[in-house]
Write a protein that binds this ligand. Structure first.
Ligand code: MG
Ligand code: MG
Length: 632
């Protein structure tokens, strides 16, 4: 298939759009009329620009309110079309997209619509232009692709085909079964868009909330599989109208579009997991299956605080890097690396963000397969400086400023700390009983949210949960969880449009998006809690525990223990969840969790936590104004 993108999908002016599409590797573009109208170059110059960039102009769009008009308006519509054909001629655009009529004057007359489209195709043919007819979900009389197809069939003109757009099909809940009745030669073009699973006016949904396949909730991979079964091999083009994309960068949106395209093409080669054939086949191994380490960047002083904070959570300084100023703290299966080495990525990250998580090491049992994917998905590779004999761990830039290391792990492969680190004497691990990293939560900008979801879903094979709203005293926060290897890796993502929400305040202080909290799992939180330094624990108000009693009917003794240690509790059909939060360091905090079968993240407690953090923040502001500072 030929990979294309509509210029409307990419932010910027037409020149920026074309350059970004070419740089991301698209074969062609659909020229959206307004992008041309707002641009200060002639259509012929645009044609030359596209040609210089190696981009084919695959279509011009949209031509609106054309077919089945009353006689008085019909001639005007044809005159309009001739004018657009002139522009298309200069552009060298071979295909005009005609959207189903939304005018209140349009007649409910499929035969008339067919005759008009046949006549338009005849006029186009004289100029070497084909016509594609597309059902808009809010069309006056033609809203479904099956209705559009029956008109195209009736028109029976070789220069006329149907345009299939996944948005209009799924927004109306249409079945894909009708695609099997359309010969591929009659499909003029295919357009792709996904959307979130929300109920709203379809026109508003389409104009503001479309997204790339892989970012929303529609089964667009099934759509692409249905087209492949028809043998369709023509142009397939992203057509997205999105407020979030408009505030992104042309380069990132175009790269995301290509990632979405590659992800869809993979689907054609892989049957859906629910089909009977694949149900018998073993599921493929996950691309990543654990978190090998989390790397902090800190200066010398901060590293001391961090060591103290980690020590109070039961971590021990077990290893020292052989050649760099880097320390390893371990407990259970958790490896936390603190990097103070100058002249490294960690240091430049520190200059931008202060003490923070600058990298995560993801474990994989098949590094070759994963590395091939990161190349295919246009992930920028990162080379770090290594001394002779040290591991060269491949890394890619994540969707935020940080790095993702890809660490091979399996029988016979030494762990990273066995090669690059030397053990410290007497650093026998004791710990508080924290066993593994439960989740790593990130704050991301609204304009990066969909891009981040697509990155983890497509490149690394993560699954994405439905969105949840978290009420912050100063604005709403939207949360979605990315998970891999059946929950062995969990990355909740939070985003907020509210400038004073905890999420946005974190981002303002951090100067960007990044890791906001790290949750560490234990088997018995009430055994861990008394061993924590109470000064480091985020206090939870007594009102919360009074309500807990009413909500869950827990016994008084348990509630008393939870309250004494500031443990939050949640219960759902799938199990129970206990959480303790620490106070923050540069906005970053830890969470200790006990997960009894429960698969969520304590969403119902998030508002309690955020309100408590807000109080801490206000206290800290007051303390700073009288010259004291944070406790750690
Ligand atoms: Mg469309
Ligand atoms: Mg959490």
């Amino acid at each position: 298939m030929k990979r294309a993108i509509a210029t409307t999908t990419i932010p910027g002016d037409l020149g920026e759009k074309l350059r970004a599409a070419a740089a991301a590797g698209f074969d062609g573009v659909e020229i959206f009329e307004n992008d041309l109208l707002y641009f200060d170059r002639q259509p012929r110059e645009v044609a030359a620009m596209a040609a210089d960039l190696g981009l084919e102009i695959v279509a011009w769009q949209p031509f609106r309110d054309f077919e089945a008009l009353p006689a008085a308006e019909r001639q005007k519509a044809f005159d309009r079309a001739e004018h657009k054909f002139d522009v298309m001629g200069e552009l060298g655009a071979p295909l005009m997209l005609v959207c189903s009529n939304v005018s209140p004057h349009a007649l409910d007359d499929p035969a008339r619509a067919a005759a008009d489209l046949a006549a338009l195709a005849e006029r186009g043919a004289r100029r070497g232009i084909r016509i594609g007819y597309e059902a808009l979900a809010w069309g006056r009389h033609v809203r479904d692709y099956t209705a559009a197809w029956s008109i195209v069939e009736q028109a029976d003109h070789p220069g006329l085909g149907i345009v299939l757009d996944s948005f209009h099909i799924f927004a109306r809940g249409n079945s894909l079964a009708g695609i099997a009745t359309i010969p591929s030669a009659r499909i003029a073009m295919v357009q792709l868009a996904d959307a979130p699973d929300i109920t709203m006016d379809l026109l508003q949904l389409s104009r503001h909330f479309r997204c790339f396949p892989g970012q929303g909730a529609y089964p667009v991979r099934d759509f692409v599989r249905a087209l492949a079964r028809q043998g369709y091999d023509g142009v397939i083009s992203h057509e997205i109208f999105s407020d979030d994309f408009r505030s992104g960068t042309p380069q990132q949106v175009a790269v995301d579009g290509m990632r979405s395209m590659v992800w869809l093409e993979e689907a054609v080669d892989t049957p859906p997991r629910t089909s009977s054939r694949s149900a018998r086949a073993p599921a493929p191994a996950p691309l990543v299956d654990g978190i090998e380490f989390i790397e902090f960047t800190a200066d010398e002083d901060e590293a001391k605080w961090l060591a103290q904070a980690l020590g109070s959570l039961g971590f021990r300084h077990t290893h020292r890097h052989r050649s760099k100023h880097v320390s390893l703290y371990r407990q259970g299966d958790v490896n936390l690396v603190v990097n103070c080495e100058r002249g490294t990525f960690a240091q430049s990250y520190h200059e931008r963000h202060g003490i923070s998580v600058c990298a995560i090491g993801l474990a994989t049992s098949d590094l070759a397969r994963l590395s091939a994917r990161t190349g295919r998905y246009l992930c920028p590779a990162f080379e770090s400086r290594v001394a002779p004999g040290e591991l060269r761990i491949p890394a890619v830039r994540g969707p935020d400023d940080g790095l993702l290391y890809l660490v091979e792990r399996g029988p016979g492969t030494p762990r990273f700390f066995e090669v690059d680190f030397e053990p410290l004497d007497g650093a026998e691990q004791q710990g508080l009983g924290l066993t593994r990293i439960d989740h790593v939560s990130r704050a991301v900008a609204p304009s990066e949210f969909l891009s981040t979801i697509l990155f983890y879903r497509s490149v690394l094979g993560f699954e994405v949960s439905a969105p949840t709203d978290i009420v912050d005293p100063h604005g709403m926060v939207l949360s979605r969880a990315l998970t891999a290897a059946e929950g062995a890796i969990r990355f909740p993502l939070n985003t907020s449009h509210a400038s004073q929400s905890i999420t946005e305040r974190f981002r303002a202080r951090y100067a960007g998006s990044g890791v906001q909290h790290i949750a560490l799992a234990c088997d018995d939180i009430l055994a861990v809690a008394p061993r924590l330094n109470p000064l480091h624990v985020l206090p939870v108000p007594a009102n919360y525990y009074a309500d807990l009693e009413a909500r869950w009917g827990l016994d008084a003794e348990l509630i008393e223990s939870l309250e004494r240690h500031h443990v939050l509790y949640d219960e759902r059909e799938d199990g129970r969840y206990f959480q303790i939060y620490t106070r923050s360091i540069n906005g970053l905090f830890f969470e200790i969790v006990q997960r009894d079968r429960y698969q969520g993240y304590g969403e119902s407690n998030a508002a309690v936590r955020v309100a408590a953090q807000q109080r801490e923040f206000e206290k800290l502001q007051a303390a700073v104004s009288v010259g004291t500072s944070e406790s750690w």
